[in-house]
Ligand binder design. Structure first.
Ligand code: 1GP
Length: 260
C-alpha cells in the first residue's frame, strides 16, 4: 500500500514546512464556483484537497473527484463523514478515529466495516486521530456522531487526547472546530498539542483569513484546512495559500542564513 502522502507530510513536518488544504464538500460546492476554486488552487499551489462532508445527500462524490482530476493533479484525500463516502477515484483517505468522543462506532466500529474495501482499494490509508473542539456552536459532526467536542479552553484535555492517539499508533492528528465554526481553535491549544506530539498536526474549522492561517502555522499547525470561507469567496485560496506558504519561505531563508 502506498505511503506517499503520509511520507510527504511527515517529511514536511520534519523540515518545518507547512501545507495548505482546500476542503471541498461535493454537496455544497456550486459547479461554477468549483471551476474557479480549481483554477485558483493550481495557481496558488494548494498542497491537497480534502473531499467530504458530514452528510452527502446528492451522490456527487465520484463526479466531483472526476472533475477535479480532469483539471489538475493536486492529490485528493477523502475526508469521509461516514463509511458510505468511499471512492477509488481519490488518492488517499483519512481513516478517522473520533478520539475526542466515546462513540465506539466512530472509534473502531465503522473501520471494521470499511477495512476489507480499503485493503483491496488503491487508496493510501492515512490513520488519523480526529478531535472535535468546541467552535462556539453545535456542528453537524457533533450531532451526527453523538459526541461532545473538547471544550475550547481545555488545552490539557486536547494534549492528553492527542498524546494517547499517537501512542495508539495514529499517524496524523486532526483538530477540527467544525465546518463554519464561530470560533476557530485557539493558538494556545494548537501550541500545546503541537508540542506534545511528533506526528503532523492538521487544523481546521472556522479559519476565514490569511492572518488566522498564519497565526495557526506559527503556533505549530502543520496543515491548515479551509472549506467554508473559500466556498463563499474563492479568491481567498490565493491569499490563504500565500500566508501558509510564506512561512516556508521565511524558514528556508533562516536556514540559509544559519548555513552562511
Ligand atoms: C471542517 O476543518 C474543516 O471539517 C474546515 O472548516 O469549512 O470552517 O473551513 P471550514
Amino acid at each position: 500500500m502506498s505511503q506517499m502522502i503520509y511520507e510527504s507530510l511527515q517529511q514536511a513536518k520534519n523540515k518545518g514546512e507547512k501545507k495548505f488544504v482546500v476542503l471541498i464538500d461535493p454537496d455544497k460546492v456550486r459547479l461554477d464556483n468549483m471551476q474557479k476554486v480549481l483554477e485558483l488552487a493550481v495557481e496558488a499551489k494548494v498542497d491537497y484537497f480534502f473531499i467530504g462532508g458530514s452528510l452527502i445527500v446528492n451522490n456527487m462524490l465520484d463526479h466531483c473527484l472526476e472533475s477535479i482530476r480532469e483539471q489538475c493533479h493536486i492529490p485528493m484525500i477523502l475526508f469521509p463523514g461516514n463509511s458510505f463516502q468511499l471512492s477509488y477515484r481519490a488518492d488517499a483517505i483519512l481513516f478517522l478515529s473520533l478520539i475526542s468522543g466515546r462513540n465506539a462506532e466512530l472509534l473502531i466500529g465503522n473501520h471494521v466495516i470499511a477495512a476489507p474495501y480499503l485493503k483491496l482499494s488503491p487508496l493510501e490509508v492515512l490513520s488519523t486521530g480526529y478531535m472535535l473542539v468546541d467552535g462556539g456552536k453545535p456542528t453537524t459532526v457533533s450531532y451526527m456522531s453523538n459526541t461532545n467536542p473538547i471544550p475550547a479552553t481545555k488545552d490539557d484535555i486536547a494534549v492528553c487526547t492527542a498524546m494517547a492517539g499517537e501512542m495508539l499508533g495514529l499517524k496524523l492528528m486532526y483538530m477540527d472546530a467544525g465546518s463554519g465554526a464561530k470560533n476557530p481553535i485557539s493558538e494556545s491549544m494548537i501550541e500545546s498539542v503541537s508540542g506534545a506530539i511528533s506526528c503532523p498536526l492538521i487544523i481546521g474549522g472556522g479559519i476565514r483569513t490569511p492572518e488566522k492561517a498564519l497565526a495557526n502555522v506559527k503556533a505549530g499547525a502543520d496543515v491548515i484546512v479551509v472549506g467554508n470561507a473559500i466556498e463563499k469567496d474563492p479568491n481567498l485560496v490565493l491569499e490563504i495559500a500565500e500566508a501558509v506558504h510564506s512561512f516556508n519561505r521565511k524558514e528556508a531563508s533562516m536556514e540559509e542564513k544559519i548555513k552562511v
